[in-house]
Design a protein around this ligand. Sequence first.
Ligand code: SAH
Length: 216
Amino acid sequence: MLNDTYRHKGLRKQLAALLKEKGIESAEVLKAIETVPRHLFLNSSFIERAYQDIAFPIGAGQTISRPHTVAFQTELLELKRGDKVLEIGTGSGYQTCVLLEMGVKVFTIERQKELFDKTKIFLPSIGYDTKFFYGDGYKGLPVFAPYDKIIITAGAPSIPEALLEQLKIGGRMVIPLGDKVQIMTLIEKTAGRQFEKTEYGEFKFVPLLENKEWGD
Ligand code: SAH
């Protein structure tokens, strides 16, 4: 792979070990973190720090989440090979690649044109291809619904109704809920209009923005 060295691989192993210490248990998730070359997602000035557990700017005022956050959300989804996954907030595409490494089908939506354009070209260039959509994640993607799993990678003030509808019965949605800080929240759809909610502590995300605020 493009500019991926043994040194980078070594750093990824160390990162996976660190995430294990921080409580990530899934061997598949740790393996995915060990596989996706995170340094290729960052501006070159950050490359030395790509495998520390920190967030970074990715342009358009957005950030690539901390590896721990990516691993935590991925683990909560309890992915099975072949699952159909809807991702809101493509951003750099790093989380998308971690999902793809888990053997699932990913439909990913981004509302920032600049990031959408960049990532839909960049991911295939490093060997990851999937379905990219430019649009408003609040609306989801009804054409391909229902989804086994839905992941939101931006802080949402409330749970978008359309996403609840597009989740399969028995499906899981992982969404950071809140304004200034977010509570990582798991929503399980138990029946047509029935949901179970479990909270998993505080995280920090850039905001999920609604259509009316576009143009920023
Ligand atoms: N998963 C990304 C992190 C993205 S940060 C990564 O691994 O790099 C959150 C992303 O959500 C940003 O790119 C932001 O532009 C996007 N976003 C915010 N509101 C959105 C919306 N309503 N629909 C789709 N994407 C949105």
